[in-house]
Write a protein that binds this ligand. Structure first.
Ligand SMILES: Cc1cc2nc3c(=O)[nH]c(=O)nc-3n(C[C@H](O)[C@H](O)[C@H](O)COP(=O)(O)OP(=O)(O)OC[C@H]3O[C@@H](n4cnc5c(N)ncnc54)[C@H](O)[C@@H]3O)c2cc1C
Length: 341
């Protein structure tokens, strides 16, 4: 059944609609709460805030980059903010009321910066909303990404967590099941698809947006472009997925949880399973894909291309425009961290 809404803004738009019988029929799968995802609602948002200040938040800054630890040490407020279950002001007031607690200053300073970034990014998006569809820096409009069938196949491997790079795959599979991964791992996923696979951030953005329980366009699109290195104003970061794996999941616990086919591998090789000999692979009964790309080659190529592009006059001209529009000419920026341009 189709319905046309009376609202003048939406006049003429056709929406599929369900009748009451269909809507309130026996609960279907989508009505069942998914226990792996955060539960929604205002009450739950306050439970999560209280829980943060009751203890888990004290290690906020030390666990923030680790895919496993961050699940409890980070605030986990992003879905509640994105869905409007709690306001940024309420979250900030809670922070201020805990500000002088002994032993919490470092954690709370780091959290405070991020709450400021939230507003900064959302404001930036409001000022230039077409950044959803094109690079905020017009100098990157024709950046030479891969196209064609091969790139489709590689994109699909990234989307399904079968790139052959254990931490990348673990993060993607974790996202599929839980709707959450921490900041650094999001950045690594984007770096991988854009730099190692040379796939346009615009082809990767919708997939992540669909998976994030906290999808917030005001943060998502600026971050996608920052991590893809196409703003001209931010440091270019090409994450090495093997180094990240060894630094952020040294024992491979997170990898073992989300890539069970690697569970039996010794820690020394879990970050680079392709180094096993054919005989060892047989011994471990390993059924895991070979790396989709050689990151030594792809990182070098990406680095050269990104830095050459950044020297283009149009990129520089656009960078100056972006800074003039989005950065306040005072000292706030240096006090609140480095993410603000
Ligand atoms: C490619 C990419 C896409 C992202 N897309 C989203 C998105 O759609 N929605 C979203 O809420 N966050 C997004 N982020 C930012 C960040 O990863 C999440 O806000 C954070 O991981 C949420 O977990 P948390 O609530 O425990 O964060 P905490 O670390 O506890 O931070 C508290 C709050 O501060 C804000 N915040 C934290 N980090 C950032 C940041 N770098 N920039 C702006 N605000 C920040 C969020 O509102 C977050 O809930 C993205 C990051 C990247 C690299």
């Amino acid at each position: 059944m189709r319905a046309t809404l009376a609202n003048p803004v939406l006049a003429g738009c056709q929406f599929a609609s369900l009748n009451d019988a269909e809507l309130y029929a026996a609960p279907t799968e989508w009505c069942e709460p998914d226990t792996q995802m955060q539960a929604g609602g205002e009450t739950e948002a306050h439970v999560v805030i209280n829980d943060f200040y009751q203890g888990r938040g004290q290690t906020y800054h030390s666990g923030i980059s680790r895919p496993a630890d961050s699940r409890s040490s980070c605030s986990r407020l992003s879905p509640y903010l994105a869905w409007g279950n709690v306001s940024l002001r309420q979250v900030y007031q809670a922070l201020l009321s805990n500000w002088n607690r002994p032993g919490w200053r470092r954690a709370l300073s780091a959290l405070s910066s991020r709450l400021h970034w939230h507003c900064h990014f959302v404001q930036k998006f409001e000022s230039e909303a077409d950044m959803e569809f094109r690079p905020v820096n017009r100098g990157y409009d024709n950046f030479p990404y891969r196209t064609g069938e091969d790139s489709e196949v590689d994109l699909e491997r990234w989307q399904t967590g079968t790139t052959g790079y254990p931490l990348v795959d673990a993060c993607m599979r974790c996202l599929h099941d839980t709707g959450y991964i921490n900041f650094r791992m999001r950045a690594m996923l984007v770096s991988f698809v854009c730099h190692q696979l040379r796939i346009d951030w615009q082809r990767a953005a919708p997939h992540l947006a669909r998976l994030f329980l906290d999808f917030e366009p005001g943060i998502h699109y600026p971050q996608m472009q920052m991590q893809a290195g196409v703003t001209g104003t931010n440091t270019i970061r090409i994450y090495n997925p093997v180094k990240q794996s060894m630094d952020q999941d040294p024992q491979g616990d997170f990898i073992r949880q989300w890539c069970p086919e690697l569970r039996d591998l010794p820690t020394e090789v879990i970050h680079r399973p392709w180094e096993l000999t054919a005989l060892e692979k047989q011994m471990y009964d390993l059924d895991y894909p070979e790396p989709v790309v050689d990151i030594k080659v792809s990182s070098k190529q990406a680095r050269e291309q990104l830095w050459a592009w950044r020297r283009r006059p149009q990129v520089k001209q656009e960078s100056a425009r972006i800074v003039a529009l989005h950065v306040r000419p005072d000292r706030t920026r240096s006090r609140r961290g480095t993410q603000e341009a």
